[in-house]
Design a protein around this ligand. Structure first.
Ligand code: L34
Length: 296
């Protein structure tokens, strides 16, 4: 029996519907309109399309959206100055600097300049530290989306063997940290694999939940998956071209072979990607409430 597809697009739509109602309530009762400001440096086509999708999603939900598109040769000093202004602007509750940044800019320095209470990406070291000790304020968006997909697919986390492939600061490390926490949406036994892991398949074949954020196509194939496992594919790779001349989008998991073995699997596109955006919106609403001292 082929794997059940976990429909990230549909689940993200449900979450957005709930947020739309909450935003309307905040506006009517408190006069609060959550606001997100995105900053894009350069013209990386994938980044342009993600940032556009984020701003459009804000507008669809009745939030304020602000955007700064800076040239690729922007200096770190200029960007730091802009972040200082955004930190000081009351209508902006969330600040998102789209990554990657061009090589002349030190990413860490920029992320550390964002006010942690406006850090809706959860990338500031203060928020990374809070996440580590289980004091979650702004869970990073992609990991938060992954957790939501696992929970809503009905896959039990308690005591589950989770294997994460990839150790990035934006996906691998934070999702591992979140799922190991002593709380109902954690309590898993987590293994992190990476490029120096000796026998990747030996690890992945033990996983009840396999999260793949390796950054290249076919990093995981069907024979590396435990029968019945839940597979979360975080990859977004543009490969070759379709008949219409557009780049084809594939994940990090070989979908065809994985489908024959997995119990449940997320597709690419339509899996983790839409959830990343839904979680960003949720974090921005949370930031707006926290800024007004409302309970979250
Ligand atoms: N600061 N930089 C910052 N925050 C982030 O959370 C991100 N990320 C990653 C890249 N840089 C970032 C994103 O937003 C990746 N990412 C992201 C967001 C959305 C989608 C994919 C990656 C997405 O919507 N993917 C669609 C397909 C879109 C397409 O056709 O290109 C999907 O269905 O998977």
């Amino acid at each position: 029996m082929p794997a059940e597809i976990i429909d990230g697009k549909q689940i993200a739509e449900e979450i957005r519907g709930k947020l739309r109602e909450e935003i309307e309530h905040l506006r009517q009762v408190y006069g609060i309109v959550p606001g997100l400001c995105t900053v894009l440096v350069g013209d990386n086509p994938a980044s342009v399309s993600y940032v556009t999708a984020k701003n459009r999603a804000c507008q669809e939900l009745g939030m304020n959206s602000f955007h700064h598109h800076l040239p690729a040769d922007t200096s770190a000093e200029y960007l730091l100055g802009l972040i200082g202004e955004l930190n000081a602007t009351a209508e902006i509750h969330g600040i998102l600097v789209q990554l990657p940044l061009p090589p002349q800019i030190d990413e860490r320095k920029i992320l550390e300049a964002i006010n942690p209470m406006k850090d809706v990406d959860g990338f500031h070291p203060v928020n990374v530290g809070r996440l580590m000790i289980g004091e979650e304020v702004f869970p990073p968006c992609t990991p938060a989306g992954i957790r939501e997909l696992i929970l809503r697919s009905g896959t039990p986390l308690e005591g589950a063997e989770v294997v994460v492939v990839g150790r990035s600061n934006i996906v691998g490390k934070p999702i591992a940290m979140m799922l190991v926490q002593k709380r109902p949406d954690g309590n898993a036994t987590v293994t992190i694999c990476h490029t120096r892991t000796r026998d990747l398949g030996a690890h992945t074949r033990r996983a009840d939940i396999l999260i793949v954020a390796a950054g290249h196509p076919r990093a995981v194939t069907g024979e590396m998956i435990k029968p019945g496992a839940t597979v979360i594919d975080v990859g977004v790779n543009r490969v070759g071209t379709t008949e219409s001349g557009k780049a084809k989008l594939v994940g990090d998991v070989d979908f065809a072979s994985a489908c024959r073995v997995a119990g449940k699997i997320t597709p690419v596109p339509g899996g983790v990607g839409p959830m990343t955006i839904a979680m960003l919106l949720a974090n921005t609403v949370k930031a707006a409430k926290l800024a007004r001292g409302l309970p979250v």
